[in-house]
Design a protein. Structure first.
Length: 77
């Protein structure tokens, strides 16, 4: 459930840092480490940058299959 909330937050505000996403969800960045890892392994989210400046972006999915990422969505920073 936290993973889906995190995914929704990333989709709503692409290119934000984990600190901003955690604040939006009312939790700590530490508690989001596992959910973001799962989202990355499932190719639903990608990250750019290094800590503490890592930014998170949702991946656009192919309509035919929800497992095939096409491109990253969001602003490039």
């Amino acid at each position: 459930m936290l993973g889906e909330q995190l995914y929704a937050a990333v989709c709503a505000t692409p290119g934000e840092t984990m600190a901003v996403l955690a604040a939006a969800l009312g939790t700590s960045a530490k508690k989001l480490e596992v959910p973001v890892g799962r989202l990355k392994r499932a190719d639903r989210v990608r990250s750019m940058g290094r800590r503490p400046h890592t930014r998170y972006f949702p991946m656009a999915m192919d309509e035919a299959t929800t497992k095939t990422p096409l491109v990253a969505v969001g602003r490039a920073s």
